[in-house]
Design a protein around this ligand. Structure first.
Ligand SMILES: *[C@@H]1O[C@H](CO)[C@@H](O)[C@H](O)[C@H]1NC(C)=O
Ligand SMILES: *[C@@H]1O[C@H](CO)[C@@H](O)[C@H](O)[C@H]1NC(C)=O
Ligand SMILES: *[C@@H]1O[C@H](CO)[C@@H](O)[C@H](O)[C@H]1NC(C)=O
Ligand SMILES: *[C@@H]1O[C@H](CO)[C@@H](O)[C@H](O)[C@H]1NC(C)=O
Ligand SMILES: *[C@@H]1O[C@H](CO)[C@@H](O)[C@H](O)[C@H]1NC(C)=O
Length: 395
């Protein structure tokens, strides 16, 4: 049992003097951090080891590289001030070793005759999730005559911008074989396009930041369901999924936040204030829709607004991670109590061996993982949650 509980965390928040009125507490005198208020370091290390062991698909590896960066090398993640550009040489104690290792393997495996970084199993967006780590590897590489990371990142971008099918409005399809929009795309491709643009700078860089924003906007235009303040999962083409899939909503919110943070760390933060404002609104509306349907024990349901749906810890972890990031970026604390309850549930859902239990099977959206099966992305979401919580606590 982890002794962390909601009451003690509201004490922490009340200390910040920011939630005091909304939770009816007076400002407490001291911050009381329970001894085990996060996963124990050993357990978190097991979560990480397991994530590395079972992540194989492009989007799983891409999400893992982002999670490792945020957790272990936070100064290199886009949420950190002055993270763009990264240093041209990494120090031996802050070397993003495990992230660079994955990026290096990806470019070593890549063949010259394909533009995407890795086989995306028919998905346009998924390989792009590795783009951040490849750009980081390029920028910080020790051998400055080695252009392979740069060329491969360029080709991935070219694929997204010129090869992939698009909707009539310009949304880049998430699928290669037909024009189809999946909420998942928003975490996979726009953050890469934005980071590429922020590094490039100049008018070309600004245009890429605008493209990243526009893709989020175009996806929202099609997928957002204002009646419930949630996104649908998949629209257009054959085989749509109009349900309000919890992980899809979390992908969209978390992806838009990375775009927002990247714009903020770029040279165009001031020029792109209206875009920043819209991203903030669009993320907030997802939290409003999702957390209003949170169950009493802190979990979200796999289909957020279907009471008969099963409890899913994966989406709960990513939604909570995104919520702490959102709060840290915006100073809007309104969703924090829900995210704190969610984090408690996640801590109780990680078993002694570092596996997140009660996850949706990410390849069969409608079914829970069978006992003994684990979710690669769910493992990374726990890492993202702890990284976001750490940043939030440092507020
Ligand atoms: C690279 O290719 C090897 C051999 O096919 C494979 O085992 C490994 O998982 C690949 N690595 C990545 C990061 O895709
Ligand atoms: C650096 O990269 C270049 C271009 O790939 C290569 O020719 C050279 O051998 C590399 N140098 C070292 C020291 O690895
Ligand atoms: C790779 O890094 C170099 C700096 O070493 C930079 O000039 C180049 O633009 C980078 N490539 C990409 C695609 O960002
Ligand atoms: C922000 O969103 C509003 C409402 O959807 C839209 O009218 C406006 O053009 C957007 N601003 C930008 C910069 O895209
Ligand atoms: C949380 O509550 C839901 C019902 O709202 C239930 O299905 C689920 O099993 C509970 N989760 C845990 C870990 O107790």
């Amino acid at each position: 049992m982890l002794p962390f509980n909601f009451a003690s965390s509201t004490t922490i928040l009340a200390c910040l003097g920011l939630l005091a009125s909304s939770v009816g507490l007076s400002v407490a005198v001291s911050i009381q951090t329970p001894a085990l208020d996060s996963l124990t370091p050993a357990k978190l290390a097991s979560v990480r080891t397991n994530a590395l062991a079972i992540s194989t698909h492009s989007w799983e590896l891409g999400t893992l590289t982002e999670a490792l960066t945020e957790l272990e090398w936070p100064s290199l993640a886009v949420f950190a001030p002055h993270s763009i550009p990264p240093p041209s040489h990494l120090s031996s104690w802050d070397n993003a070793g495990d992230v660079i290792k994955i990026a290096t393997e990806v470019v070593r495996n890549k063949t010259a005759d394909t533009l995407p970084l890795i086989d995306g199993d028919g998905a346009v967006g998924d390989p792009a999730s590795l783009g951040f780590s490849v750009l980081l590897a390029n920028w910080t590489r020790t051998n400055k005559s080695d252009t392979v990371f740069s060329v491969d990142a360029q080709e991935q971008l070219e694929y997204l911008l010129t090869d992939a099918p698009r909707s009539p409005q310009g949304a880049i399809s998430h699928r290669e074989s037909q024009v189809q929009l999946w909420a998942d795309f928003v975490y996979m491709a726009p953050p890469f396009i934005a980071y590429y643009g922020a590094l490039e700078g100049g008018s070309g860089g600004q245009a890429l930041l605008q493209t990243a924003y526009d893709q989020a906007r175009l996806y929202r235009d099609v997928l957002y369901d204002a009646d419930v303040s949630l996104w649908r999962h998949i629209a257009l083409g054959d085989g749509t999924d109009p349900t309000h899939w919890a992980t899809g909503n979390a992908w969209a919110a978390a992806g838009m936040l990375r775009v927002l943070a990247t714009i903020r760390q770029s040279d165009f933060a001031e020029k792109m204030l209206p875009q920043q404002k819209n991203l903030t609104i669009w993320v907030n509306e997802i939290f409003t829709g999702a957390w209003s349907r949170q169950q009493t024990n802190g979990t979200l349901l796999n289909y957020l607004d279907q009471p008969s749906s099963f409890a899913d810890s994966s989406s709960t972890a990513l939604m909570a991670a995104a919520t702490f990031r959102y709060t840290t970026l915006t100073g809007d604390f309104s969703h924090v109590p829900a995210a704190v309850r969610a984090r408690q549930l996640i801590h109780e859902s990680v078993d002694a061996d570092g596996w997140l239990l009660n996850t949706v099977d990410p390849e069969v959206f409608s079914a829970p993982s069978q006992p003994g099966q684990h979710s690669p992305e769910g493992q990374s979401f726990v890492l993202l949650l702890e990284a976001a919580w750490t940043a939030f606590q440092a507020l």
